[in-house]
Design a protein around this ligand. Structure first.
Ligand code: PLP
Length: 376
């Protein structure tokens, strides 16, 4: 049996995505900036894809800018906002559990003289709104936080931050890295006053090589990537049309599965319940976490040993975050968990196609992991 429980690292592209990409590669291969018929048809596909992504984020198409991935969306948003706003202040408020595509930008901004404040989660992995309230002030020019943490699934209060910014009379722009929350939890950037929001295609059953940045109407950022001025000069470079078409096809298809959230919730609840019966298993994800991610520790078994053991059984999971090979989980460290628990952590992450049979096979393999690996 093959069980893919690493959907937060990347997802299997759906058939509709693959079909769309192939069609664009073989038939509609024009450059959307070209001024001839092939160019016009590519441009039509580009704009209809923009419309689909906009609809999924409940906004107008002209708020969506295509990028090559979530990382580029995050870099564009963070550097673009900080560089535009630097005359108005130096303070940036973010969290200690951001993905490296935000935290590395913060390191760089900090080395350039910005005052970067990183709020930490509590021992459950949650970050209370008050922590942001304590830090956001009149000098804050940017607040950047993720919607859903990629390691624990913790949901951050991104939808309530704008009220604080307004209350504190802060000029800050609000950026949300929604790469792990998009199409999984309720995300409506316009309604909650988000200025900039990053999403990525390969986390939603499309292909690697496309992402998008939402920019609220009237919000300006300084372009970070310079070139031919594509995507409203926000992200220059010829658009990766097969990937963009696949992105749109996958989002459309996922949107049609109205029961997806329920299916994943049932699966997560079942696995949590069964795992809690096994001696030596600790659940690291908060109770309120997004159902798509479950972080657990298997007492006495180093993370990489578990990952290899499961992999040999055809079960694919992650040790912490797949983007930070061999690196200790920032989220678990900043939660203050004991090192034995951090070093034995495994992240399992789901999609609506995962089944109860797969869950049973995984649960059984956790039991055999304890009996077989502790013998050695
Ligand atoms: N942000 C978060 C929260 C992520 O989990 C990831 C990838 O895992 C990214 C950003 C980067 O996205 P991409 O892989 O599309 O560059």
């Amino acid at each position: 049996m093959q069980v893919y429980f690493d959907n937060s690292a990347t997802t299997k592209p759906c058939e509709a995505a693959v079909k769309s990409a192939l069609e664009v590669m073989t038939e509609e291969y024009g450059n959307p900036s070209s001024l001839h018929i092939k160019g016009f048809s590519a441009s039509k596909i580009l704009e209809s894809s923009r419309g689909v992504i906009a609809k999924s984020l409940f906004c107008e198409p002209d708020c969506i800018y295509f990028t090559p991935c979530g990382t580029v969306s995050n870099n564009t948003a963070v550097f673009g906002a900080a560089n535009l706003m630097k005359r108005r202040g130096k303070k940036i408020v973010t969290t200690a559990i951001e993905h490296p595509s935000v935290s590395a930008c913060m390191d760089k901004l900090s080395s350039e003289g910005f005052e970067v404040v990183r709020v930490s989660p509590d021992k459950n992995g949650e970050i209370a709104l008050e922590k942001f309230e304590d830090e956001i002030d009149g000098d804050t020019i940017l607040v950047s936080l993720m919607a859903v943490n990629n390691e624990t699934g913790a949901v951050l209060p991104f939808d309530k931050i704008k009220k604080i910014i307004t209350k504190k009379k802060s000029p800050a722009l609000l950026h949300v890295d929604a790469v792990q929350g998009y199409m999984k939890i309720n995300i409506k950037p316009e309604r909650c006053g988000v200025d900039l929001m990053s999403v990525s295609a390969h986390k939603v059953h499309a292909l690697k090589g496309a992402g998008a940045l939402y920019i609220a109407k009237g919000v300006k950022i300084k372009p970070h990537i310079l070139g031919g001025g594509q995507e409203g000069n926000i992200c220059s470079g010829t658009q990766a049309m097969p990937n963009i078409a696949a992105f749109s096809a996958a989002v459309k298809e996922l949107g049609n599965d109205e029961r997806r959230a329920e299916k994943v919730r049932e699966l997560n609840e079942y696995i949590r319940r069964e795992l809690m019966k096994i001696e030596g298993v600790c659940i690291n994800s908060p109770k309120s976490a997004c159902d798509y991610i479950l972080n657990i520790s298997l007492k006495g078994i180093p993370s990489q040993v578990s990952v290899n053991y499961f992999s040999q059984k055809g079960i694919y999971v992650s040790a912490g975050s797949a983007c930070s090979k061999g690196h200790r989980s920032d989220a678990l460290v900043s939660m203050g968990l004991p090192s034995e628990r951090i070093d034995s952590a495994v992240r399992i992450s789901f999609c609506p196609q995962n089944t109860k049979d797969e869950a049973d096979y995984f649960i059984n393999s956790v039991k055999t992991a304890f009996s077989e690996l502790s013998k050695k």
